[in-house]
Write a protein that binds this ligand. Structure first.
Ligand code: FES
Length: 183
């Protein structure tokens, strides 16, 4: 294992298993030749994976199947905040901590959400944070900027961008996710 890969999390179980390999193969076939194919492949595979994350062996498999250097794939997944190298919750709420969102109260939104979900402060600074609830249901993440500054403060709820967010609406979004879970 080289220095690039030694810092990556190891697999919990055998991954990718045959089902995941089939999904990767099918995704590569479907996405190949399209603009941004690699990003799309990584996004689809992460969304499909148990724990919604990309482990080293899965990245290595994608590298092998697409003929892309693993170092290039690793650069992509560490550059884009949407990718995770560690397991994530069932629901992912991302709060923008960019300047425009910060000046419009994103720190308060982050604190409100963290308290509402009973999460500790977690590792890292508020500007780069990933916390997952003990039951694995929710992950809160912070991102640098969604590129939607005119709608600040911006929060993403399970890939849905919500602009002009406030605490009342955020509470409603979380309640809806809790209810969805109970259905
Ligand atoms: S600073 Fe939040 S979307 Fe740009």
């Amino acid at each position: 294992m080289n220095s690039l890969t030694s810092s990556l999390p190891t697999n919990k179980g055998p991954r990718p298993d045959s089902r995941e390999r089939d999904f990767v193969d099918e995704t590569i076939t479907r996405r190949s030749g399209r603009p941004g194919a690699l990003l799309g492949i990584l996004e689809d595979v992460q969304e499909h994976a148990e724990g919604k994350y990309l482990c080293l062996d899965t990245l290595a498999y994608i590298a092998q199947r697409t003929g892309t250097p693993l170092s290039q794939i690793f650069s992509v997944v560490t550059f884009y905040s949407l990718f995770s190298l560690t397991p994530q919750g069932e629901h992912i709420i991302s709060i923008c901590r960019g300047t425009a969102c910060h000046t419009r109260g994103s720190r308060d939104l982050l604190e409100k959400l963290r308290l509402e979900l009973g999460m500790a402060e977690g590792d890292g600074q508020a500007d780069k944070l990933t916390i997952t609830s003990a039951d694995g249901k929710f992950t809160i993440r912070t991102v640098a900027c969604f590129g939607q500054c005119a709608m600040a403060p911006v929060v993403e709820v399970d890939h849905r961008i919500c602009g002009h967010m406030n605490e009342r609406v955020l509470t409603r979004e979380v309640e809806a996710l809790h209810q969805e879970k109970a259905r």
